[in-house]
Ligand binder design. Sequence first.
Ligand SMILES: Cc1cc2nc3c(=O)[nH]c(=O)nc-3n(C[C@H](O)[C@H](O)[C@H](O)COP(=O)(O)O)c2cc1C
Length: 198
Amino acid sequence: MKKVMIAYYSRTGKTEQMAEYIAEGVRFSGHNAEIKKISEIKNEKDFSGYDGCIFGCPTYHRDMTENMKTFLFLAQKGNLGGKAGGAFGSHTHTGDAPKLIFDTMEFVYGMNMVNLGPFPLKENMVGTREGMQACQEYGKAVGKNCSLEFCPQGKKTFSEKFFEMYYMMFSKDNKEARKNGKPGRYVAMSDCKLWLYL
Ligand SMILES: Cc1cc2nc3c(=O)[nH]c(=O)nc-3n(C[C@H](O)[C@H](O)[C@H](O)COP(=O)(O)O)c2cc1C
């Protein structure tokens, strides 16, 4: 079971409500969720032990809040690269904050961001059934990402390397080649540093 931190700021309680529903979604996906106010996180060590982080902030003046910016500088030192991530927040008309936060998590920290993208929710939806379900789905999606192997672009995942090796050893063609006494060949598995004689 993986552990996801949901850290948020909320001035009037809407983003806080979203955080609670998102935590439920993470739990539905079979993982642990811990909700924290950003003011509770004092240093970079507070980010250790989590497999994913979801940050929440409402939009004020078409921006995230100043305390959220300070928090993001702290999170930069938290070794979050490769971990599952998402960003959310309540708003009334523009909803810029989640996208700004999401971009920092993706491009500055190198996190494995949920493919649903940032999650801005209009405040009049937060207390509705649809709003609650949308939050839960978002939490579930980030939870699922915690179970996946993150593979930076251009690299092969462990499963891909394993499949390649398995295919070379047991594929029909290779078996036939061996049976017919065809000349062998070496195949480089540069990623695994493994050479197989087929
Ligand atoms: C002074 C002020 C500025 C705001 N600016 C924006 C804005 O630029 N874009 C937007 O979508 N919502 C804006 N809002 C609406 C808030 O984002 C919205 O009320 C949100 O639900 C508050 O979330 P919270 O309860 O988590 O603090 C503004 C609200 C206030 C009071």
